[in-house]
Design a protein around this ligand. Structure first.
Ligand SMILES: NC(=O)C1=CN([C@@H]2O[C@H](COP(=O)(O)OP(=O)(O)OC[C@H]3O[C@@H](n4cnc5c(N)ncnc54)[C@H](O)[C@@H]3O)[C@@H](O)[C@H]2O)C=CC1
Ligand SMILES: O=C(O)C(=O)Cc1ccc(O)cc1
Length: 302
């Protein structure tokens, strides 16, 4: 039996539209409704035929749904929560795909009626692109989905959401929300911050023209520009909502950079070598774990 029969998706950009496509592909009998604040996005999703019904408001989109998934930037969660709360069917599961998790419990929890089960989740899968045309049905295949149930969460609701993501091809892990935020600060949020920073530095550097940066960009810089092309609204909200963990990790990154700076200044080749050699080990471990999405074999190992 399917874990959910009527799924509603609020926010139909990269992740929301990928979710709709994946549900269509893996659970074709599920009825999918949803909405987006942008009328142009609603129109495009209607043209693409991704949903059974595109509603004009979040309230109308969630009526009768047994699973509601918020796929909007984290800064919009409280507003969406307030709009859907009065319309939710008793017993519905409310979940999300947000990149930070404690904020979801804090912002949505107090707004939802007692009959509703809040089970936040984060598919650790995405790209630097946004909008409904950027979505694709295989986005979640072979990727982790981290579920962060609040203390005392309903076991049946949790099991149904785990089954839902498994059917979409994801590997499911459970984590405490604050721990998720610390782990993702180091593996995703700080790397994005460094990319935004280094691309900004290159653009502002006196004595090097923008034309030279573009013409002579080596692979490393090009990889940073891909990440730094990610959606500014989404990432502004990630840093504002995962502030504590990001600042904690950023403090460590600054200290470690200062150590490297000092080693370069004093010609400490051994220290640089040791550091670079242990970083290479982490890269190899990622490839061995089948987590390198640039690998042409990615997905085949799963
Ligand atoms: N982009 C990525 O690679 C990943 C993003 N996420 C999370 O997924 C969520 C959505 O991100 P994307 O799909 O990438 O962004 P996106 O920009 O492609 O789509 C977001 C959509 O939400 C809509 N929206 C904004 N405020 C709204 C509101 N109040 N009511 C209804 N719709 C509203 C926008 O019009 C837009 O179409 C974010 O919370 C992000 O943290 C999670 C995993 C990966
Ligand atoms: O495109 C990339 O490199 C990403 O890192 C995608 C991504 C962005 C945000 C998430 O919460 C999860 C994955």
């Amino acid at each position: 039996m399917l874990p959910f029969a009527r799924v509603s998706i609020i926010g139909l950009g990269l992740i929301g539209s990928s979710l709709a496509r994946a549900i269509r592909a893996k659970m074709p009998t599920v009825r999918i409704t949803g909405t987006d604040a942008d009328p142009g996005v609603r129109e495009r999703v209607r043209e693409l035929g991704l949903l059974d019904d595109v509603a004009d408001s979040p309230g109308a989109a969630v009526v009768d749904a047994d699973l509601v998934v918020l796929a909007v930037p984290l800064g919009a969660f409280a507003a969406v929560g307030a709009e859907i709360a009065p319309e939710l069917a008793a017993g519905a599961v409310v979940s999300d795909v947000g990149s930070a998790k404690q904020i979801v419990v804090d912002s949505l929890g107090p707004l939802l009626p007692e009959t509703i089960h809040l089970i936040p989740a984060h598919p650790v899968a995405g790209t630097e692109r946004s909008g409904p045309d950027a979505g694709f049905p295989t986005l979640f295949e072979g990727r982790w989905c981290i579920i962060t149930p609040p203390p005392g969460a309903d076991e049946t609701a949790l099991a149904r959401l785990s089954e839902f993501w498994s059917r979409l091809g994801s590997k499911v892990d459970l984590m405490e929300p604050r721990h998720h935020d610390l782990v993702l600060a180091v593996t995703s949020h700080i790397p994005h911050l460094i990319a935004y920073s280094i691309v900004g530095t290159a653009a502002d550097l006196e004595g090097v023209t923008r034309g030279e940066v573009i013409k002579y960009s080596a692979g490393g810089f090009r990889d940073f520009t891909r990440i730094a092309a990610s959606d500014p609204t989404m990432w502004r909200d990630v840093f504002l909502t995962n502030k504590d963990a990001v600042l904690e990790v950023l403090g460590r990154v600054s200290e470690d950079l200062a150590v490297l700076q000092r080693a370069i200044r004093w010609g400490e080749g051994d220290a640089l070598f040791q550091r670079f050699a242990s970083s290479r080990d982490i890269r190899r471990a990622i490839i061995d774990a089948g987590q390198d999405t640039a690998d042409p074999d990615f997905g085949r190992q799963h």
